[in-house]
Ligand binder design. Structure first.
Ligand SMILES: NC(=O)c1ccc[n+]([C@@H]2O[C@H](COP(=O)([O-])OP(=O)(O)OC[C@H]3O[C@@H](n4cnc5c(N)ncnc54)[C@H](O)[C@@H]3O)[C@@H](O)[C@H]2O)c1
Length: 447
């Protein structure tokens, strides 16, 4: 295979920011005991030795700790952003300067740069890819399926220059991929269902020690933080409409209630809606909630959840934001056609005027916890990224044995991560007694 060259070994805002990035990364590391333990073992055992790993993740201090862990395990690592607004430029600089990790990410990058950076990660010729939203994997599948017109222009231009054999090799050399988030897993399962998945994928999101904590407590806390930092508005006494009562929605609804809001939940799933109602929230359709809410927050992983017809019914000054993966949950294209704007009134706050009323969109509709705040606290990312590290190790150990499907990590890994986290928190739990083991395995003991 002819060597696929990248323009440079990194593309970050300013390497002079490395010192600040190092301090931020060290601060996060303090709250990541599980990852630290894995890093120490990886450094000894080198399970990723000689492997190349391209990751497309939010470039934050927590991700820096993951990248360093993978490198400690022997991997050569390249990293690009999984969202144009989530990069911490100082952290990106630190990874390049202090760890020799190839980073391609600049906060606020335009669409062209975003995909140029994805192209750089693809050109890294990795053995494993690690995604948050399946952007690398879907580009790889467009290449494998010869659907070059569906690739973003910077990626298409690069692929067109490759020979047919090189295009195939970019895909066939992969041992597999790992996926961080619900939306990515949905896309991957759609590929598997169509029978087009080209390599095994580990759905890290499906580990309990990931979604029960990261999606719920991480998104819950950091979404409140993002809204507060963007608006500095009082939450107490306001009405907050939460679209989606899945893991993220549940976490956010409970945390925003804790801040004193009256909370309305909108859902499309009767079970989730029932759960929200019994958890004590008001449940109603968005068309009704639109008339009452002060803040609207989407956490569904679905498209066009808040539409112009809803916005027209909202009060003057309504604030809308999204914390789901893609910026499709608020129909911004239709808003741009129907309204005047945007006018930036604060960092991360755009004012639109619709039928004479003001609507405020936060963070351009991108996940607000990463756009306006710093994403999840390190303590939950500790477990998510412990799973990512162990998923990479699993892919190497199981090389050639896993089918081209979406796999969960073995339950034993989930339990191991939970056990180390509890131990690190200094929490001890009971052990089953022999009599209890026997009782739980029997069917013939009644009253
Ligand atoms: N902000 C972050 O940092 C962060 C972290 C983790 C996950 N995510 C993303 O958040 C999104 C939600 O993830 P999750 O793990 O909670 O998923 P989930 O599947 O547990 O929950 C999504 C919920 O949205 C509901 N829903 C779907 N369409 C709807 C609609 N039109 N109106 C109202 N409700 C609707 C579903 O019924 C479901 O209950 C995904 O895009 C995921 O990738 C974001």
């Amino acid at each position: 295979m002819t060597a696929i060259k990248t323009e440079a070994a990194h593309d970050v805002k300013d390497l002079a920011l490395a010192g600040e990035g190092r301090r931020r990364t060290e601060w996060a590391e303090l709250s990541m005991p599980v990852l630290r333990q894995i890093r120490a073992r990886f450094a000894k055992e080198q399970p990723l030795k000689g492997r190349k790993l391209a990751a497309c993740l939010h470039v934050t201090a927590e991700t820096a700790n993951l990248a360093v862990t993978l490198k400690a395990g022997g991997a050569e690592v390249a990293l690009c952003a999984s969202n144009p607004l989530s990069t911490q430029d100082d952290v990106a600089a630190h990874l390049v300067k202090d760890h020799g990790i190839q980073v391609y990410a600049i906060r606020g990058e335009d669409n062209e740069s975003y995909y140029r950076h994805i192209q750089a990660a693809l050109a890294f010729e990795s053995d494993i890819t690690m995604d948050d939203g399946a952007d690398l994997v879907s580009a790889l599948h467009m290449i494998a399926l010869d659907r070059l017109d569906d690739l973003a222009p910077p990626v298409r231009k690069w692929v067109e220059k490759l020979s047919k054999a090189d295009r195939q090799r970019v895909v066939t050399r992969l041992l597999g991929s790992t996926e961080e988030t619900t939306t990515g897993v949905i896309r991957l399962k759609a590929m598997a269902k169509q029978g087009i998945l080209q390599f095994p994928v580990i759905a890290v999101n499906d580990s309990l020690t990931k979604h029960m904590f990261d999606n719920r407590y991480g998104t819950g806390q950091s979404t409140v933080d993002g809204i507060q930092r963007a608006t500095n508005m009082l939450i107490a006494g306001s009405t907050v409409v939460v679209a989606g009562y899945g893991w993220c929605g549940r976490g956010f609804a409970s945390r925003i209630r804790g801040a004193g809001a009256n909370v309305i939940v909108t859902e499309i799933d009767p079970l989730k809606a029932l759960e929200a109602q019994m958890d004590g929230f008001w449940v109603m359709p968005m068309a009704e909630a639109a008339k009452i809410g002060d803040f609207f927050v989407t956490l569904t992983g679905n498209t066009s959840v808040v539409r112009v017809e809803h916005m027209k019914a909202m009060k003057d000054g309504a604030v809308i934001c999204n914390s789901g993966h893609f910026n499709v949950e608020i129909d911004l294209d239709a808003l741009a056609k129907a309204a005047k704007g945007p006018r930036a009134v604060r960092d991360f706050v755009d004012e639109w005027v619709l039928d004479g009323k003001r609507i405020f969109i936060l963070g351009e509709g991108r996940l607000i916890n990463l756009a306006a705040a710093e994403g999840h606290p390190a303590s939950v990312m500790d477990m998510s990224f412990a799973n990512q590290s162990l998923a990479a190790e699993h892919l190497v150990k199981q090389a050639g044995k896993l089918s081209k499907a979406v796999h969960k990590l073995p339950d034993a890994i989930d339990e191991h991560v939970a056990a180390i986290k509890l131990q690190a928190m200094g929490t001890h739990i009971d052990q089953l007694t022999p009599a209890q083991v026997k009782y739980l395995a029997s069917w013939d003991e009644g009253t």
